[in-house]
Design a protein. Structure first.
Length: 286
């Protein structure tokens, strides 16, 4: 099977002379174009799974992706979600948003649409063991979409199955195939903050992105959800899932401590974070 890691362009670094030509406001169309190009470079390509899956399966899945893509209009929320996702993919590694031992794996479009997983954070421990945390990106509040995502996560915990990816590849792990029992969280920030982040990204302000509070917000959102999932799994006697969620929670909490000690601030009063908190009430036992 051929190498599935796309050859990525070096991250452009702007010089002081070029600062004169920086954007003063975000052009969403321009930023979205760059985001789409970035995500396309990072994403897993199902056609490279020939030999693992039959041609008929690959053809069927490609047709399903085309059908689903046609249903998703390029709304402002979708455009800004793509921008946030591209920045998280790029700076998850470039700026160690998820820690120095982690890499971000952009999922195939099939798994994005069918399994609601945008990316996976793969972390290698000191004893060379790998663990994975699935992220879904959402920048909406007051909509049913976020509620549906948490409904699906709760249903997975109830069944003991968690998230899964049909198309997964890890160079570090030397693994290609289906990934199961994947702990899953939903993260995001409101659109106005994505605009601020996007402007820094388009102006190649990598130092500011490396220290940006959004990374703390994402980790805090993940930690709150994992803590809730631990308690809920324990309450319904899914003890094998408790172990999985606690492992990820410990990693996130340790990383948060390191970043806060390094002086990185957090975001206050974000509407998407508040919406996530409200949706976690779903996991309160009736």
């Amino acid at each position: 099977m051929q190498n599935m890691t796309a050859e990525r362009r070096p991250i452009y670094q702007s010089t002081e002379d070029e600062r004169r030509f920086e954007h003063t406001y975000l052009n969403p169309e321009e930023a979205h174009k760059r985001a789409q190009e970035t995500l396309s470079e990072y994403e897993i390509k199902p056609e490279t799974f020939t030999g693992l899956y039959g041609a008929d399966i690959l053809k069927h899945d490609a047709e399903e992706v085309a059908r689903l893509e046609a249903l998703f209009e390029q709304s402002p929320s979708k455009i800004y979600a793509d921008i946030l996702e591209a920045i998280a993919c790029e700076h998850g590694e470039l700026s160690n948003w998820f820690g120095p031992n982690s890499q971000v794996i952009k999922t195939a479009r099939y798994d994005d649409y069918k399994n609601k997983i945008d990316m996976v954070v793969e972390t290698e421990s000191e004893n060379q063991q790998f663990s994975h945390l699935a992220l879904g990106i959402d920048i909406t509040f007051g909509s049913k979409d976020l509620h549906k995502k948490f409904d699906a996560i709760k249903a997975g915990i109830n069944k003991g199955s968690l998230g899964q990816l049909k198309y997964f590849h890890s160079d570090r792990q030397h693994f290609t195939g289906r990934l199961r029992k994947l702990p899953q969280v939903v993260v995001g920030i409101e659109i106005e903050r994505v605009k601020e982040l996007g402007l820094l990204w388009m102006n190649r302000r990598n130092k500011e992105l490396r220290e940006h509070p959004v990374q703390i917000a994402i980790l805090e959102e993940a930690a709150l959800q994992l803590e809730t999932f631990v308690e809920y799994s324990r309450s319904i006697n899914k003890n094998d899932l408790v172990v999985i969620f606690e492992r990820e929670l410990q990693k996130i909490n340790e990383l948060l401590d390191e970043k806060i000690k390094a002086g990185i601030k957090t975001i206050k009063d974000d509407k998407v974070f508040e919406e996530i908190k409200r949706n976690l009430l779903l996991f309160t036992n009736e």
